[in-house]
Each structure stands twice: as C-alpha cells, then as structure tokens.
Design a protein around this ligand. Structure first.
Ligand SMILES: C[S@@+](CC[C@H](N)C(=O)[O-])C[C@H]1O[C@@H](n2cnc3c(N)ncnc32)[C@H](O)[C@@H]1O
Length: 252
C-alpha cells in the first residue's frame, strides 16, 4: 500500500502517546534480539532501541516509502528491513508492534504464529487501534457503498481484524503465555475540526481505499468531508480514540 509518511506524521504527538504506554510494558533487559513489526518511519523504533542496551533491533515494514524515511535512524544496533509481519521468521526475545498488526488479518491465528517465534522467556508487546465502530469509520464505509464509489472500488471494504480484549487474553492464555496484560484505553484527542478527523483517517484507514480509487480519490474525500462536518460540527472536535494494548511472556 502507498503509505504517505508526511500525512501520517501530521498527528505525530497524538499517534506517539500509545507508543509510550506500550514501551512502559516492555521489560527492559540487555542483549535482546528484538523486532518492531510495522516500524513505519523508524523514529519510535529508535526510541525502543535506545531503551534496550546492547540489543540488536530490527525494524520490519512492508512499505518502501516508510522504510526510506526510517533509514536515517539506523545505528550499529538498529537495522531496517522490508518484510511482511504476518510471515515473520526467526526467533526473538521481544516482538514489539505499535499500530501495525491491524493491517494483517486473522488475529486468532496471527498472534499464536508470532508467539511461536519467541525464544523461551521472550515477550510480545502489541498496540492496535480498536476505534473501528466510531462514527468516523462508519462514514467512510457508508461512502464506499455509494453507487459510484462501490463501482470503482469493485465492492472493496476493509473491516478491522482487531478482536476484543477478552479474545486477546484468551488467545495468549491458550498459547501458554505468562504475565498476561491486556487492556483497552481511550486516548482523548482534541482535533481542530471535522476536517482534521478526515486528515487523520487519510493517513491510515483510508490508505487502502485511496490505492483503489485512482483519480476518484479527491471526490471520495470530498464526500467524506461533507458527512463528517455534518456529524461533527464542533470546533475543536473531541475525538476519543480506543486502543488495545497487550503484553505476555513465553515461559522459560
Ligand atoms: C500506522 S503505521 C505505524 C508505524 C509505527 N509503528 C508507529 O508507531 O508510528 C503502520 C505501519 O505498518 C506497516 N504495515 C502494514 N502492513 C504491514 C505488513 N503486512 N507487514 C509489515 N508492515 C506492515 C505500514 O507500512 C506502516 O508503516
């Protein structure tokens, strides 16, 4: 998918807050083999690496655009590589992923697959957005169902594969994990207005739609903006954003 690093960075402070909550769940130790799945533009991966002395950290991402930006954060202990998080190979002491696993399907299989890639004593720490039932998401899905867009998109819709916190806890338990922590948190963002919500979505959830819309992208965004302004007339707009964080350890 053609990610746009500049658009993604427009809300950098709001997007990095959950990263710090996730980082707080990491049990920092020295000499770890670490992978950051869906590392994006790399600055947060660098912060992760800085917390883990003498570790070897790999930032993995499927987007050449994001990896281009990430390259400048390389250090002797931090490298960036292209790859698909859902087919991760190797063995790791820490599998870390901030706001990326929602782009891979079937978490009931994906989480056990990733857990299997942990060394004994290894930790998985994940943050995924769980905001998919918010009105802002309903609006673009409804727009994609309108005749013209439905035709151009050939009926495409993307539904979040993110599960409930109960599901993640159960999946981790069934993996044999210990020190299971799972919680959902609302990040109370305050954005300028409804247009800012559309800009936010344009950097993430709308990316797979844009990829398929070609020249009709602007028309699609215009239609979403109109509906979003009607649904959220306030300025500033309160944009409560749900996210799920979980961490667990493989027994030694
Ligand atoms: C919302 S960004 C998060 C980036 C970074 N982790 C952060 O916290 O800023 C999602 C990232 O996941 C990457 N991504 C999406 N699907 C992927 C996949 N199947 N394998 C690896 N990376 C993927 C995208 O290219 C993008 O850089």
């Amino acid at each position: 998918m053609p990610w746009n690093p500049d658009l993604y960075h427009k809300f950098q402070s709001e997007r990095s807050a959950p990263f710090y909550d996730l980082l707080a769940l990491v049990e920092a130790r020295a000499n770890l083999e670490v992978v950051d799945l869906g590392c994006g533009t790399g600055e947060l991966t660098r912060q992760l690496a800085d917390r883990l002395p003498n570790s070897r950290v790999t930032g993995l991402d499927s987007s050449p655009q994001m990896l281009d930006k990430a390259a400048s954060f390389t250090t002797p202990g931090l490298v960036f590589q292209p790859g698909d998080q859902s087919t991760l190979t190797g063995k790791w002491d820490l599998i870390f992923s901030n706001a990326a696993l929602q782009w891979s399907e079937n978490h009931a299989e994906l989480i056990p697959y990733l857990f299997d890639k942990l060394n004994p004593g290894g930790q998985i720490a994940v943050q995924v957005p769980s905001n998919h039932n918010h009105i802002s998401h309903q609006i673009y899905r409804e727009t994609a169902e309108e005749d013209m867009f439905k035709f151009i998109l050939q009926g495409f819709q993307r539904y979040s594969p993110v599960l409930t916190i109960d599901n993640y806890a159960r999946i981790l338990f069934d993996c044999g994990a210990e020190r299971i922590v799972v919680f959902e948190k609302i990040y109370p963002h305050v954005l300028e207005n409804a247009d800012a919500v559309v800009d936010w979505l344009s950097g993430t959830a709308l990316v797979p739609y844009f990829e398929r819309l070609g020249n009709y992208k602007d028309e699609f965004v215009k239609s979403i903006r109109e509906k979003m302004r009607a649904a959220m007339p306030d300025s500033p707009v309160f944009y409560p954003f749900r996210r799920i964080l979980f961490s667990a350890r493989k027994p030694r």
